[in-house]
Ligand binder design. Structure first.
Ligand code: CP3
Length: 353
């Protein structure tokens, strides 16, 4: 591989600079993405067509000096493959035609066979990997069992998670059943992505941080641990590192670092230097610039990048990223300013050997 800094940093091996990629780097802030989406017809037509998915995955890499590519897809492909009927209502985000409301619906859920029901994702992974031609590594991903369950039970986005939390407190047995099905599905899906060519995997636990500490451990972290334990560790003689990102999980970093993953994603509310002191001996860290920083001027972006790098300090084990996805209203040139600032300012924190 020509540039393996991303994989090396995840394994806390030396690199000449801090690698960087951006959550949602292929997306609506890029005019070329919007153009491809228009041609495809809709987000789902884009994501379900391996040619289009490959095209948009590569778009941010053509513009910026990114150190990793991430598969263009969505976390909600799994519940869609389970038959819930994913659709996107304009301006309302993701929704399901058949959210899980009745006990029998949950009891009847099956684990989708990735090779059959998620073939289009695996085809996209293989095609992207070929197109990358060894330039940078490819990240595969999935949602966490709890985050997927939030969408499956609520039927879409929610501001208070009233429906799933009612289930959590009234019928923990039923939620546990759903989470175990999801965990089996996620494990099979991530392993299929690894076999198709993904060189690292990330699990997005976007809504784990909405839980109490005790509920987080019981309903999110425990299933993350089971998934990590079931992942393919090595492929073609290379370690396949895993990254777990619980948004809002800053209070629980020690617990998350103990589940066996290689890296933790951090949102922007954490001081990355403090996080490193807490868990840096066990895992690499990925993050954690506030995405809203990108609305400020390039000089300010550079200053804020410098602060995150200085807070992490000397040595390897840091993958630079935002603390959450890039906003669709971000000026693309500001993403370029971030990427260049990371590369320029980080070299001094890596010993030259
Ligand atoms: O990072 C990347 O570039 C890879 C692609 C990616 C997408 N979704 C593409 C996408 C990834 C990694 C995701 C993950 C995802 N999807 C998460 C976890 C990460 C996070 O942001 O917390 C979640 C919660 C989802 C569910 C989802 N899908 C939401 C909330 C939305 C946004 C709805 C909206 O209209 O704002 C989507 C749609 C989606 N997924 C878009 C993209 C580029 C925008 C859809 C479009 O083009 O219209």
């Amino acid at each position: 591989m020509k540039n393996d800094t991303f994989l090396r940093a995840l394994l806390r091996q030396p690199t000449p600079y801090t690698p960087v990629w951006i959550m949602r780097q292929a997306g609506r802030y890029l005019p070329e993405y919007n153009e491809t989406r228009r041609r495809a017809g809709s987000f789902l037509d884009l994501a379900k067509n391996p040619d289009y998915a490959t095209e948009v995955t590569l778009q941010p890499l053509a513009r910026f000096n990114l150190d990793a590519a991430i598969l263009f897809s969505d976390i909600l492909t799994i519940p869609d493959a389970m038959g819930l009927g994913l659709y996107f209502a304009e301006g309302e985000g993701p929704k399901f035609e058949r959210p899980l409301r009745e006990e029998w619906e949950i009891r009847n859920l099956g684990v989708p066979d990735p090779a059959e029901h998620l073939r289009y994702v695996l085809d996209a992974v293989a095609q992207i990997r070929r197109s990358l031609n060894g330039e940078v590594p490819l990240i595969g991903f999935s949602g966490s069992p709890y985050t997927l369950a939030c969408y499956m039970v609520e039927g879409g986005a929610s501001s208070d998670f009233r429906t799933i939390k009612t289930m959590l407190y009234d019928r923990p047995d039923l939620l546990h059943h759903l989470l175990q099905v999801n965990a089996n599905a996620v494990t099979a899906y991530l392993n299929a992505q690894i076999e198709a060519g993904a060189q690292a995997v990330m699990i997005f636990d976007t809504w784990g941080g909405s839980l109490s500490a005790a509920a987080y451990r019981e309903f999110s972290l425990d299933y993350l641990q089971r998934i990590v334990a079931g992942l393919i560790r090595e492929r073609d003689g290379q370690r396949v590192p895993s990254i777990v990102f619980t948004k809002g999980g800053g209070l629980w970093l020690e617990d998350i670092a103990a589940i066996g993953c290689d890296a933790l994603g951090l949102d922007w509310t954490c001081d990355i230097g403090v996080a490193r002191a807490r868990v840096g001996g066990k895992v690499a860290l990925q993050g954690n610039l506030d995405p809203m920083t990108l609305f400020s001027q390039p000089d300010s972006i550079r200053e804020q990048v410098g602060r995150v790098l200085a807070s992490y300090g000397e040595g390897s084990g840091h993958v630079f990223n935002l603390g959450h996805g890039v906003s669709q209203f971000t000026p693309p040139a500001h993403v370029g300013a971030l990427v260049d600032a990371v590369h320029e300012l980080s070299a001094r924190y890596h010993a030259t050997t």
